[in-house]
Design a binder for this molecule. Structure first.
Ligand SMILES: [Zn+2]
Length: 360
């Protein structure tokens, strides 16, 4: 349809020509398909963008720097949810601010914490419905997860995406740190994007879902996933080596959201400053933290860009501990290729720099 320019403007102003408030100016050249994939938080958006590169745009619902633990939706964001082609989020317990809205779109939204992708070698897009488990089905696997935490089975090279299993096999060194490696979370920490193994699962799920939506782009989606998997495995191999000499060094984190990463790389997290980031820590908890600082002598305390560092500074007054920052929501990541692996690299480097700087 070729309207004269003035007529087009007139019709647009009346709302008679559909315009998407969310499309970018150069979408036609960057993405084969109109519309967009919506992720609740930026780290999920980075995975979605890597997988859907060249196919469809990926956007984040939460603005950079906002914490999913305390957020209220705006009307423009509710419109975005309505218009999205597919929606990814973690869990109603993590992003409670979108629980009601996302549940209204159950047909196109995926709560990733409750979903497990399996068996990957034979999974096709047509089989997607059967590979996505409901939370009830997932509960049936909790026994398996506990069996996993005992680390009695051998690592299977073909199924390295299983929950909490390392993306690289062969470092069976759990015996050297029985106290450090407590598995107190039993795979229930909802900050799932901080586990490289879980990120691979998420990426696989997104690939399968997009292949179902856009079968004409199945080859590109498969290539995007392969690149993602290769990048993660390479980084994981590198990080395991880099963390080798840092595993015993104690540190404190700001909020209790790092167990996926800490357990994956078997690091020595001594405590979290806040157990609930939307509340102030109580006097009793602060006293316990001071005991940990005095007795266990952590090497680092990590604050976060989302929260005020004032409480951290007060805590470490008169002690030699280093203060550094972790960015679990990828606030500072601005790349347009290999986005998730860039984030993970940057995130891990924050640990490596701080713990490494104080090695004797
Ligand atoms: Zn958190």
């Amino acid at each position: 349809m070729n309207f004269p320019l003035q007529l087009s403007r007139f019709l647009v102003s009346l709302g008679l020509i559909a315009t998407s408030a969310f499309s970018t100016a150069n979408q036609d050249t960057k993405y084969a398909e109109p519309g967009f994939i919506l992720s609740s938080i930026k780290p999920l958006q980075l995975i979605a963008a890597d997988i859907n590169q060249g196919v469809i745009e990926s956007v984040s619902l939460l603005p950079p720097g906002a914490s999913p633990h305390a957020y209220a939706l705006r009307p423009s964001q509710i419109k975005k949810i309505h218009a999205a082609t597919a929606i990814y989020w973690v869990d109603p317990l993590l992003e409670s601010f979108v629980k009601k809205s996302f549940n209204q779109y159950a047909d196109k939204s995926f709560a990733l914490a409750a979903l497990t992708v399996k068996p990957l070698a034979t999974t096709t897009a047509e089989a997607l419905d059967h590979t996505l488990e409901t939370p009830e089905q997932h509960a049936l696997h909790s026994d398996e997860e506990e069996a996993h935490s005992e680390h009695e089975e051998e690592h299977n090279t073909d199924t390295h995406l299983e929950d909490e299993q390392d993306a690289h096999q062969g470092h069976d060194d759990h015996q050297h740190s029985p106290v450090i490696h407590q598995h107190k979370y039993q795979g229930k920490d909802l900050h799932i994007w901080l586990s490289p193994a879980k990120a691979l699962q998420i990426a696989k799920l997104m690939q399968l879902n997009s292949t179902k939506l856009f079968p004409q782009h199945s080859a590109l989606l498969a290539a995007n996933y392969q690149r993602f998997e290769q990048n993660i495995n390479d980084l994981d191999f590198q990080l395991n080596a880099q963390f080798n000499t840092l595993r015993g060094l104690g540190f404190l984190v700001f909020h209790d959201g790092y167990s996926r990463f800490v357990e994956h790389y078997q690091l020595n997290q001594l405590a979290a400053i806040t157990l609930n980031p939307s509340k102030r820590s109580g006097a009793k908890h602060l006293a316990q933290l001071r005991d940990v600082i005095n007795e266990d002598k952590p090497v680092c305390i990590f604050s976060e860009p989302q929260f005020s560092a004032a409480s951290v500074k007060t805590l470490v007054r008169n002690s030699a501990v280093n203060i550094a920052q972790l960015d679990p929501l990828a606030t500072d990541i601005n790349v347009d290729k290999d986005r998730y692996v860039s984030f993970m690299k940057h995130f891990a480097q924050q640990f490596i720099d701080c713990l490494g700087s104080s090695s004797p």
